[in-house]
Design a protein around this ligand. Structure first.
Ligand SMILES: *Cc1c(COP(=O)(O)O)cnc(C)c1O
Length: 439
């Protein structure tokens, strides 16, 4: 038997080496379906194996089947970062292995979660007095917010724009809520006239506005949506899963204007705040509404404390990971200035990429690009652009994804990894141009 110390040293050495060489690995895994599984024993071992055997298979079998989200040329979906302080904090979290369901079951976990969320609130310039807690994903945060809205207004519908994230559809399906989608304008923002019209015809429990839509990062007109919600007393949930983090920089705060009137707001530090997945912050002005919807205390969970927060009362899950530790570590080890510098650089390089596309014959921009995500396409048919994307991704040099805008197939480059530099983005652009020239 090797000792825990030796295994831990070997694992941490593996992590350090991985981070050093990740940019030399193909971004998108090239394995065929079933290949990884076919290389591993189908049944569990009878006798204990050393941890070194796990590390060996990680290197030889698992790694080729990994698509490297921590690669500086990962530009698909929304690019994310497992930053070094976040990686280390995940190790510490697993070592402590506390369940933060009640204050009593680990007071520090609850109190650090409340503190870290208040730090995020301050970093984003959000109003004082918001209650914040962590869920695993924006999908769960939105589900929780809409459950609270339903509890407050049973039978009411939900309204969002056609560009809202599919997690709104899923939450409505799970909660048995009717969902109405209103069309977006030419810049992919929720259309206020259509919203006003629908609110006049349908009793609404909630409206979901998006700050940074998934396809184009468009920003719905939240102040005007908030005014319409106030007239109808409908719950306003703002989904800022990606773009909310941009508000650590004052020049991007415009995107969150109006959220002071929102009933709830979701921002994912695991998207653009350098925190390893999973970590989603749900803020609300109405913590009592979340408690009304979710608090359910069986005898075995009753404790004698009063005036403490039991975070199990604010969302669907009872058992809760100590996610605040990594968020707190990431914020401390970057500082406000460090977070701002990364976000500013991502936005700068994305704007530079957009300028290259705009001035290159045969290419066009397909949407406004207020943050670090650019929608664009090469001249020609959808099928040609789809084939181009596949060729680019198959090179392993860069990984991009796509969306559909106004019925057209569009390529999408999203910058969000802390290791991404201008050199990486230029490299991706060269691969795009080279592959387009071959069509
Ligand atoms: C990514 C994203 C989501 C979903 O986030 P998860 O944490 O994966 O559930 C929801 N809304 C928006 C706008 C997003 O960009």
């Amino acid at each position: 038997m090797t000792s825990f110390r030796e295994d831990a040293a070997a694992a941490s050495e593996w992590v350090a080496r991985y981070l050093e060489r990740v940019e030399d690995l193909p971004v998108r895994s090239g394995v065929a379906p079933g290949e990884v599984r076919s290389r591993l024993p189908a049944s569990p071992p009878e006798r204990a194996e050393p941890f070194a055997a796990v590390l060996r298979d990680l290197e030889e079998v698992i790694l080729p089947g990994i698509t490297h989200w921590n690669h500086p040329r990962f530009f698909a979906y929304f690019s994310i970062t497992g930053s070094e302080p976040g990686i280390l904090a995940e190790l510490l979290t697993a070592a402590l292995n506390v369940n933060a369901m009640l204050w009593r079951t680990s007071p520090a976990a609850t109190e650090l979660e409340e503190l870290a969320l208040d730090w995020v609130r301050q970093l984003l310039g959000l109003p004082e007095g918001l209650h914040g807690h962590i869920e695993d994903s924006a999908s769960t945060s939105t589900l929780a917010a809409l459950a609270a809205a339903r509890h407050r207004r049973p039978g009411g519908a939900v309204i969002c724009s056609e560009h809202a994230h599919s997690s709104v559809d899923k939450a409505c399906r799970l909660l048995g809520l009717e969902l109405h989608k209103v069309p977006a304008d030419g810049a992919f923002r929720l259309r206020l006239d259509a919203l006003a019209d629908l609110l006049g015809r349908v009793p609404a429990a909630a409206v979901v506005a998006t700050v940074g839509t998934t396809s184009t990062t468009s920003v719905d007109p939240v102040p005007e949506v908030a005014a319409l919600c106030a007239e109808r007393d409908a719950w306003l949930h703002v989904d800022a899963a990606y773009a909310g983090s941009a508000a650590v920089c004052e020049e991007h705060r415009w995107a969150l204007s109006g959220v002071e009137h929102a009933d709830s707001l979701v921002v994912n530090p695991h998207k653009w705040l350098f925190t390893p997945i999973d970590c989603s912050c749900l803020f609300t002005r109405r913590p009592e509404a979340l408690r009304d919807a979710f608090s359910l205390v069986p005898e075995y969970l009753r404790t004698s404390e009063e005036d403490v927060t039991n975070l199990m009362d604010y969302g669907p899950a009872l058992g809760r990971r100590f996610r605040a530790l990594k968020l707190w570590a990431v914020i401390r080890c970057h500082g406000r200035e460090g977070l701002q510098a990364l976000i500013r650089e991502h936005v700068r390089v994305a704007q530079l990429f957009a300028s290259w596309v705009e001035t290159e014959p045969g290419w066009e921009l397909c949407a406004p690009h207020p943050f670090s995500t650019v929608c664009f396409r090469h001249q020609g048919a959808d099928a040609a652009n789809e084939a181009l994307l596949e060729r680019v991704n198959a090179t392993g040099e860069a990984y991009l994804s796509h969306t559909k805008l106004d019925g057209r197939y569009v390529l999408r480059l999203a910058i969000g990894n802390a290791r991404t530099t201008e050199v990486d983005v230029r490299h991706a652009w060269e691969v795009l141009r080279a592959e387009a020239a071959r069509s």
